[in-house]
Design a protein around this ligand. Structure first.
Ligand code: NAG
Ligand code: NAG
Ligand code: NAG
Ligand code: NAG
Ligand code: NAG
Length: 412
């Protein structure tokens, strides 16, 4: 046969039928489905020339090792994509992102380590996601955030060590979840999962195979009711007082804030300071107990025991002081609003601060829980004394202390 003829014949064949030779394409007119079935073909790549109106593409049981960004560029109308039992290890970012009609993806029994989780944010019609029997090590906490329609999520038989709290909260229709056979780290990071599994109405398969992989002494234990995890959400309290700066009276006041936090494991303490001119985050102590080792943020001394000391507290330091306590279970925070009231017009000062510290609208934002109670801490600052020769007698500290007006206002 004339090779040229063959060439055109092939072109025509592809053009009219819109189906690669290795696949079988058929239309189920009644259901508006166009199926391209390319399974069991030893394929090493997604075939070219798939019919653009295909709604179901079956590529199961082949030997496809990877999926490139435009693997499915020919078939933007896909609603179902079957890819189980291949050798897929690598999936480029963007491979699925434009398949916005997808309702089901089956990628079971592949070798996926990195899934392009970001692609999922576009797949709002997805109802079924099967990723069982791969090598997934982690799932971002917000991976499923846009999958409001997802009903079935299979993540079993992977290498997942940890699942983050809230991972499954964004899917109101989720009815079936598989997470068994993963080597979970039964530290306090998995405490929420244990509680959630006990209480959720989602149907969980093979609960007795949801077990610990680490730590060693819990290996093989079921993450169920009988497993004792000694964990506690942090609770946190702010205690504060102010006093005069040592003997150098015109240096003003020293503010002591003490963040007292308990939890299991013992929580780490982080401070955030929001003044009118800056927001400063201090994660952990910045000064040794003996006062040495002051780092850059040395104006705000943070000790290991949870205390913060601000010497020579002045107007510029006014603002919101937040202490956050966090451990593997979760985190809590508490804030105090610190303001200096001038002795000239204490009333103005007071009013302004009450307004500034009101909780913002009735926001029910779960992601950013409001501080437990805001405290406005106001004291009357005596006029800055001028350096004088006889200050020892003139500026008796007790006189100062008695002139404090301390006002605590709690907002819930
Ligand atoms: C849709 O696909 C089928 C095969 O699955 C094909 O026969 C048909 O011609 C296609 N229709 C359109 C409008 O492309
Ligand atoms: C996500 O979907 C929107 C349309 O809903 C589309 O415009 C956008 O290109 C998609 N993102 C990607 C990466 O394809
Ligand atoms: C398990 O979690 C604990 C506590 O967070 C951590 O110290 C440990 O390294 C983790 N183990 C593994 C295998 O990830
Ligand atoms: C568990 O469910 C019960 C009732 O279904 C509810 O009262 C309880 O608050 C739930 N516990 C947690 C920790 O969600
Ligand atoms: C914390 O440690 C600092 C420095 O050792 C000390 O000045 C402070 O009083 C301590 N705070 C409490 C509440 O014990």
């Amino acid at each position: 046969m004339d090779p040229l003829f063959c060439f055109f014949a092939t072109l025509l064949f592809v053009g009219i039928q819109g189906c690669p030779e290795v696949c079988r394409c058929k239309a189920l007119k009644k259901y508006g489905r166009h199926i391209a079935d390319c399974s069991y073909k030893d394929l090493e790549a997604v075939p070219l020339g798939l019919p653009s109106n295909a709604t179901t593409l079956t590529l199961s049981v082949n030997r496809i090792p990877s999926l490139g960004e435009d693997a499915f560029a020919d078939v933007p109308n896909l609603q179902a994509l079957w890819l189980s039992y291949n050798e897929i290890a690598v999936i480029s970012r963007g491979t699925f992102a434009f398949l916005i009609h997808l309702r089901a993806i089956d990628l079971r029994h592949n070798q996926i380590v990195d899934f392009p989780w970001g692609d999922l944010s576009n797949l709002t019609a997805l109802q079924q996601l099967k990723l069982s029997s791969n090598r997934l090590e982690k799932v971002p906490w917000n991976a499923f955030q846009n999958l409001k329609d997802l009903r079935s999520l299979w993540l079993d038989n992977n290498h997942l060590v940890v699942l983050f709290e809230g991972t499954f909260d964004s899917m109101p229709w989720l009815s079936q979840l598989q997470i068994h056979h993963n080597p979970l780290n039964c530290s306090c990071k998995s405490w929420w999962l244990k509680k959630w599994l006990e209480n959720t109405s989602v149907s969980i398969s093979e609960k007795e195979s949801i077990t610990c992989g680490t730590p060693e002494h819990l290996k093989g234990f079921i993450l169920g009711r009988s497993l004792k995890l000694d964990c506690m959400m942090p609770s946190v309290q702010l205690i504060y007082h102010s006093s005069l700066g040592n003997s150098v009276l015109h240096d003003g006041l020293t503010l002591f804030l003490h963040c007292s936090a308990v939890g299991k494991p013992p929580p780490e303490i982080r401070w955030t300071i929001q003044t009118s001119s800056q927001t400063l985050a201090i994660n952990g102590p910045n000064v040794e107990a003996d006062g040495r080792g002051v780092k850059k943020s040395g104006r705000f001394l943070v000790f290991k025991n949870g205390s913060m000391v601000i010497a020579n507290f002045n107007k510029a330091d006014e603002g919101l002081y937040t202490c956050q306590a966090l451990n593997d279970v979760g985190s809590r925070e508490v804030s105090v609003n610190v303001a200096l009231a001038s002795s000239e017009s204490p009333d103005d000062r007071l009013q302004n601060d009450i307004q500034a510290s009101k909780p913002k609208a009735n926001s029910c934002d779960k992601e950013h829980p409001r501080p437990e109670g805001k405290v406005v801490f106001i004291y009357l600052n005596p006029r800055a004394p001028k350096a004088s020769s006889n200050r020892g007698t003139l500026w008796d500290p007790w006189l100062w202390v008695s002139s404090f007006l301390v006002s605590l206002l709690y907002f819930l």
